[in-house]
Design a protein around this ligand. Structure first.
Ligand SMILES: Nc1ncnc2c1ncn2[C@@H]1O[C@H](COP(=O)(O)OP(=O)(O)O)[C@@H](O)[C@H]1O
Ligand SMILES: [Mg+2]
Ligand SMILES: [Zn+2]
Ligand SMILES: [Zn+2]
Length: 302
């Protein structure tokens, strides 16, 4: 109770005083007592008034010492990186002796911004390669550069024997898209099937949506994704009914929606037709340019 009374009386006391905006010296409001205060400025003296409005600043570009009068700045006679209403933020901005210095400074800043953008892009690319591309293929690049650099508007079906360099080729292609800031999805098909089977057995729920994670849900996301879909090693797993269904569902959706898909397989289209499902081979054949990789197994080279 006593404390409260003390506080309110000290506020009442403070109200009788004004603070100089420059030196913060308190002074009585009444003229003639203590400092004389000009209401216009809230300053205790002409010196403080000068100090408040005029400051020594370096030119942001050539570092020449400038005496800046903030009042001139607001009238547009001086160059400054930002004009604002408050004096405080004015002093925080960058000043220039003239238009030329300002332009040089602005140009350098934009170069710096470009460099920062490039650094951020590099980090983004690096992160995506780290997250998407299998370890072994992160630094390996295909020597089939001619077909790599061709422009394919169609999807691709790349088939050939084990070790003919299919995965090296498609990972090179995926990395190229990533470096060009194109979004991709990468799946080793057998690993994807394992993931779907696991979802089938576990019945986990999605942390974000609270819905049950189903193999259909996962497959749907992949099938409908606008990102370029890489499916490596289609048909390498045991072809169960479940695998056939998933394969057909994804391929069929992507064919109908004309979504770019890059597939590799040890199977030819004729093999898929005979051994897996003719509906799958015909859709792949319709949507894809077919590339055959031949040659002996490069894993056992040398
Ligand atoms: N361009 C290449 N440069 C160096 N090594 C390669 C290249 N292409 C393939 N290889 C080697 O051949 C192996 C098999 O290639 P990979 O792409 O995995 O074959 P596939 O996927 O067709 O079975 C790789 O592990 C790699 O050692
Ligand atoms: Mg492979
Ligand atoms: Zn003062
Ligand atoms: Zn200058």
């Amino acid at each position: 109770m006593n404390k409260e009374r003390e506080n309110s009386s000290s506020i009442a006391l403070a109200k009788k005083y004004k603070k100089c905006r420059e030196c913060e010296k308190e002074s009585k409001e009444e003229q003639g007592k203590g400092f004389a205060i000009e209401d216009r400025f809230d300053m205790c003296s002409p010196e403080c008034e000068r100090k408040f409005y005029i400051k020594d600043k370096e030119c942001g570009e050539c570092k020449k010492l400038l005496q800046i009068d903030i009042r001139e700045l607001q009238s547009g006679k001086l160059e400054c990186s930002s004009i604002s209403d408050s004096y405080k933020s004015h002093w925080n901005s960058t000043f220039f002796c003239n238009e030329i210095c300002k332009n040089i400074f602005v140009k350098k800043e934009s170069i710096k911004e470009d460099e920062e953008y490039q650094i951020r892009k590099k980090e983004r690319v690096h992160g995506r390669i780290r997250d998407l591309i299998p370890q072994k293929y992160k630094t390996l690049e295909t020597d089939k550069t001619k077909i790599l650099n061709e422009n394919y508007d169609k999807s691709l079906f790349i088939w050939g024997g084990v070790g003919s360099g299919k995965t090296v080729f498609v990972t090179s292609m995926a990395k190229k898209y990533i470096r060009d800031d194109v979004n991709i999805l990468w799946y080793s098909f057998p690993a994807l099937i394992m993931k779907l089977q696991k979802a089938f057995n576990s019945g986990e729920t999605d942390f974000n949506t609270g819905k049950k994670i189903t193999p259909y849900g996962i497959a749907e996301k992949i099938a409908l994704s606008e990102k370029i879909l890489f499916l490596d090693d289609l048909g390498a797993e045991k072809i169960t009914e479940f695998v056939k269904q998933i394969m057909y569902y994804i391929i069929n959706e992507r064919e109908q929606r004309e979504l770019k898909t890059i597939i590799t397989s040890n199977f030819s289209l004729a093999d898929i037709d005979r051994q897996i499902d003719p509906r799958i081979s015909s859709r792949i054949g319709g949507m894809c340019k077919v590339l055959k990789f031949s040659g002996k197994d490069r894993r056992i080279e040398g």
